[in-house]
Design a protein. Structure first.
Length: 363
């Protein structure tokens, strides 16, 4: 059973903000600690990173070289995982390296030569270093795939499969996912006796609004939403080319709106996110790909300027608000009957259907 009393005393500072562990953390701790291949499916914001890290790090031996490989779908998420890993690994005397695309591979190789026990990586860069025999798959005991549902949807899945194929010995396989759609079947192909932990969201803490407005007036509605007191919203678009246009129109109206694309320089991206977290930016405009890995505490609003094309995408977007039992709001801006039909299909609980003016006055 997972309790703080069962964990190392040196972790207590890092876990100080946790009053109780979540359902997925309890279930994962038991399965992973017993050495089972594990797939944990739980809504975004339920603590899946700690769910796999707490038991996995306890199996790593100090100064015994590479043992744990964690793969994430993008550099942003990999960096966030790395920070959590460091906070837990350092007190145990363990070292971790971050290996991501877009950073100097020479520096990464130099760090790996120092013998870290844990490597957090994006699949493309990891495969480069596996082929170059810098990441030694013969030594890896545990492979973790974070947001495996996202990995499956991208070209990076080809990199993941090649990495796994280069693992000649038995290893423990662990994966986390926000959605269960087709994930278990795909994972079972190379993870025998896979244990599935599927935690449903029991208490809806997120209000879903459907705001009907003509397509040509969507930007005008967004302007009004931006002026809601205390507004800090993550706004989703389906097409990258629409981000710049929306940012230009909003900025012209003196609204602190900034778009963030997946190809934005890592340092600049980090600056944008920090300004958004601190409230200097009111609206952060993004696509699904650009938003992957964003971890923003206490985000009150997710705004779907464009309705997502899949249920999984809607789940991921909505999961960025109302985390860890806190309240949140998802605002779906609907411009036609097709969008309205999709929202009703994605969101099973009753949503509040309002006209633009009704939503603004409600808030």
């Amino acid at each position: 059973m997972l309790t703080k009393n069962n964990l190392p005393e040196v972790w207590m500072d890092s876990l100080a903000n946790i009053s109780e562990f979540t359902e997925v953390q309890h279930a994962s701790f038991e399965a992973i600690s017993s050495g089972k291949n594990t797939l944990a499916t739980s809504p975004t914001g339920t603590g899946k990173t700690l769910a796999y890290l707490l038991p996995s790090l306890l199996t790593v031996n100090k100064k015994q070289g590479q043992q744990l490989l964690i793969l994430a779908p993008n550099s942003e998420l990999a960096g966030q995982i790395f920070e959590v890993v460091k906070s837990l690994a350092t007190p145990l005397g363990l070292t971790a390296n971050l290996v991501i695309s877009g950073a100097s591979i020479k520096r990464q190789i130099e760090r790996i030569k120092k013998g870290p026990e844990i490597i957090v990586a994006t699949p493309g860069r990891a495969l480069e270093l596996v082929k170059d025999k810098k990441i030694k798959m013969t030594a890896i005991n545990t492979i973790i795939l974070d947001e495996v549902d996202n990995l499956l949807e991208t070209s990076q899945w080809q990199f993941v499969k090649q990495i796994i194929k280069r693992t000649p010995k038995a290893y423990q396989f662990i994966a986390s996912s926000a959605t269960a759609h087709q994930v278990f079947e795909r994972m079972s192909e190379f993870a025998p006796d896979l244990v599935e932990i599927n935690v449903a969201k029991t208490e809806p803490t997120v209000d879903h609004f459907m705001v009907k407005v003509e397509n040509r007036k969507k930007i005008d509605l967004l302007k009004h939403i931006a002026h809601i007191k205390g507004m800090r919203g993550l706004v989703f678009f389906n097409r990258l080319e629409d981000l710049g246009n929306a940012e230009e129109k909003l900025t012209f109206q003196n609204i602190a709106a900034v778009s963030i694309a997946s190809d934005v320089n890592g340092r600049f991206r980090k600056t944008i996110i920090e300004k958004f977290k601190s409230g200097q930016i009111t609206l952060l405009l993004a696509t699904d790909i650009a938003a992957r890995g964003l971890d923003i505490d206490d985000l009150d609003y997710v705004i779907n300027f464009d309705i997502p094309v899949t249920n999984e995408s809607y789940t991921h977007r909505a999961g960025r608000t109302g985390r860890m039992g806190k309240t949140g709001h998802v605002v779906n801006i609907v411009g036609n009957s097709f969008d309205e039909k999709n929202v009703k299909h994605y969101q099973k609980q009753t949503e509040k259907i309002l006209k633009a003016g009704e939503f603004i006055s409600l808030k």
